[in-house]
Design a protein around this ligand. Structure first.
Ligand code: LMR
Length: 398
């Protein structure tokens, strides 16, 4: 039965990690997978998370099932984090959600849910988008089309072309937006651009589907949710996949939220019964640990303040690495203008070099990044910045 199966190439992002680990060059640099690293190159467990875990360990009384939606406390706290307290959709009792295994779990559950509402509905994704969006959404049955988003030649948004393409999208179709810290390009929509898109969604009737994987990594928890919240005020129905992997540093605990906003409370209850049925027929119910940590942090003033301070520290480190990188590339004499890196947000930017140059950096210098030249900025540090920039400068000249 399985003998005819052919082997597939390694995942373009996760596959890099294995090659990096096997590399014995002491100067090797990992700029592949989007995982925050501190100056020492470690991905620490946040102090707020440690403290929440300690409390949970002594207070937890059962390991009984949590149910397909996860806990009510987690869902309420996350809805408020994402939408902001007092958002009209919350006040109108039009929001329902489920705790999911990571942001990926949320994307997949919502894609299956949308496919149930309209089989093989079209979803428009940005060009480029995160590589895993395509299988997560497409394997659920949705049809994928793309809209122009990022111009590699000018390292900036193609907003006019994006609007032109999205003009043809109407009711019964979905449009996937990155809430902030666009993965892979780091170029985000301005507030004015969100306004234009929200008006289009309202006028044309398409359903926004927002992926929020990096809330707090761009400008702040609230500023990063600006577009999402505006969209949720403008349209009757919307989907949101939120991840707690990056902002809580809970990567391996797999926790996120699949949230839907409905026309009214009655359709919300019906929709939620379908969404929970999707969960039950998939992984039945989410793991508890990560969700319990997030709930503990968001519902305790002290833990929350500590977490927000740690999140700010991560964001500020990435932002200062962005400016440091631009400066060091200039100093190293790298050909080209890299100032765009300073304007972009979140974990990623494209360096803007060719796949051949990416390969050369890997083979000759043990510097690892995705083929598209996407770099995970947090993999840089004071220790490796000079080596990285000198290597890039050499490769650009060769
Ligand atoms: C990334 O894009 O590197 C992260 O979102 C991790 C992943 O699963 O790809």
């Amino acid at each position: 039965m399985f003998d005819h199966l052919s082997s597939l190439p390694a995942d373009p992002i996760l596959g890099l990690l294995a090659t990096y680990r096997a590399d014995e060059n002491p100067r090797k640099i990992d700029l592949g997978v989007g995982v925050y690293k501190d100056e020492a190159g470690h991905t620490p467990v946040l102090q707020a998370v440690k403290e929440a875990e300690t409390r949970l360990l002594s207070s937890e009384e059962t390991k009984a099932y949590v149910g397909p939606a996860g806990t009510a406390g987690f869902n309420a706290a996350m809805q408020e984090l994402v939408l902001g307290a007092g958002h009209p959709a919350l006040v109108g009792n039009r929001v329902r959600s489920a705790q999911t295994p990571g942001g990926c779990g949320a994307l997949r559950v919502l894609a299956e849910f949308a496919n149930r509402a309209k089989e093989h509905a079209t979803i428009w994704v940005s060009d480029p988008t995160w590589a895993n969006h395509v299988p997560l959404l497409g394997n659920a049955g949705l049809q994928i089309k793309s809209y122009p988003y990022y111009d590699r030649a000018t390292s900036s948004l193609k907003f006019d072309a994006m609007v032109e393409t999205l003009k043809q999208v109407g009711e019964g179709e979905l449009v996937l937006f990155h809430a902030c810290c666009h993965n892979p390009c780091g170029a985000d929509l301005s507030r004015e651009q969100w306004q234009v898109l929200a008006e289009m969604a309202q006028r044309q009737g398409f359903t926004p589907f927002i992926d929020m994987a990096y809330q707090g990594f761009g400008d702040s928890l609230d500023a990063d949710a600006f577009g999402l919240r505006l969209m949720a005020e403008s349209v009757p129905e919307m989907l949101v996949a939120a991840s707690c992997s990056k902002n809580f540093g809970l990567y391996r605990e797999r926790v996120g939220m699949a949230m839907a906003i409905y026309r009214d409370a009655d359709s919300a209850d019906r929709g939620q019964s379908q969404l929970l049925n999707v969960v039950r027929g998939n992984y039945s119910m989410p793991p508890n640990h990560g969700g319990a940590i997030v709930e503990a942090i968001l519902t305790d003033a002290g833990l929350r303040a500590n977490w927000e301070a740690e999140l700010t520290e991560m964001r500020e480190r990435i932002n200062s690495l962005r400016s440091g990188l631009v400066e060091s590339l200039e100093k190293a004499g790298a050909v080209g203008d890299f100032h765009f890196i300073q304007q972009q947000k979140g974990m990623f930017s494209f360096l803007g070099i060719t796949p051949e140059q990416v390969q050369k950096l890997q083979q000759d210098y043990s510097i690892y990044m995705v083929d598209s030249s996407r770099i995970s900025i947090a993999g840089l540090s004071q220790n490796n910045m000079e080596y990285f920039c000198a290597s890039v400068a050499e490769v650009l000249e060769s």
